[in-house]
Design a protein around this ligand. Structure first.
Ligand code: NAI
Ligand code: 15L
Length: 260
């Protein structure tokens, strides 16, 4: 049976990069976004527009799909209301639809779920989350929602706590947070293909020599990153003192009023 993978957020930066790569690997894709897919459709793909805020539209979107790679939603720090609508309600709609026929979800979580740890602190995915804003909070919510969905309904999910997924690192922080495009592809494929991931959390990061992120479920799902940001070192420090202090970088400095 051919599996159909739903890719939300397909028209965004990572979606546009990932869709043709997954198609080349032979996956049948149902691409979706609130905005049109701006590129020619990869072979074996269809595009279905949907707003994640619309529960019925999400349910409809997931008819006949088998697994979901969920990249859609707000991807930067914003006020709570839009984050609540697109990210938190969007997640509820997606997980509720997925649990009907146990469609595995591969979720683009973010380092902003732990952004308020100081740089240099080595973290495990079991460490308490320290979101650095409403956006990071929505990612923390997604990981926890999925924990409940696995414990209560057996719905499997893999959470990619992505650092900075860009073609090549450009600032000092990226020497720790960089995820290459090739490694993202490896991670998504590992998450889709893993035998029984249960509820897995994996740092979405390359094999960076200066990584702050350690223990996770990468081995359990078979993710082995190949790239290392170190070959671009040294890179310049950017931003103010708060940005330079915390792992979440500039997101932590937005509306920061603590004063120390
Ligand atoms: P992006 O902002 O380029 O793409 C997000 C897509 O979601 C957009 O095409 C947008 O139209 C769509 N979207 C927004 N609201 C929607 C709604 N209500 N209904 C349907 N679609 C909606 O973000 P990017 O960089 O491609 O990231 C993809 C995912 O990965 C996001 O979830 C982001 O939070 C996560 N991530 C990305 C990182 C990176 O380095 N690019 C780092 C950590 C996490
Ligand atoms: C994210 O979660 C954002 O979606 C992305 O745009 C980057 O800012 C990234 O984190 C980062 O922390 O570098």
């Amino acid at each position: 049976m051919t599996r159909t993978i739903l890719l939300t957020g397909a028209s965004g930066t990572l979606g546009r990069m990932l869709a043709p790569r997954l198609a080349r690997k032979g996956y049948a894709l149902r691409l979706s976004d609130i905005t049109a897919f701006p590129d020619p459709l990869p072979e074996g793909s269809t595009f279905v527009p949907a707003d994640l805020r619309d529960e019925a539209a999400v349910r409809e979107l997931m008819q006949g799909t088998h697994q979901i790679v969920h990249l859609g939603g707000i991807s930067v720090e914003k006020p709570f209301r839009p984050v609540l609508d697109a990210n938190i309600l969007g997640l509820i709609h997606l997980f509720e639809a997925a649990r009907q026929d146990r469609q595995r979800i591969v979720f683009a979580s973010s380092n902003h779920a732990i952004g308020f740890y100081e740089r240099g602190e080595k973290l495990s995915v079991r460490d308490p989350m320290r979101p650095d804003g409403y956006y990071g909070l929505s990612k923390a919510y997604g990981e926890l929602l999925a924990r409940m969905m696995f414990d209560k309904h057996g719905l499997e999910s893999v959470h990619m706590r992505i650092g900075t997924c860009i073609p090549q690192p450009t600032e000092a922080r990226h020497l720790s947070t960089w995820l290459s495009h090739d490694d993202l592809e490896r991670l998504v494929i590992a998450a889709l293909e893993a035998e029984s991931p249960g509820h897995a959390i994996v740092w979405g990061v390359s094999a960076n020599r200066q990584s702050w992120w350690g223990e996770d479920d990468a081995a359990r799902i078979g993710y082995v990153p190949q790239d290392d940001a170190e070959r671009f070192a040294p890179l310049p420090e950017e931003g103010d003192a708060v940005t330079r202090r915390f792992q979440g970088g500039s997101f932590t400095a937005q509306d920061y009023t603590k004063g120390d």
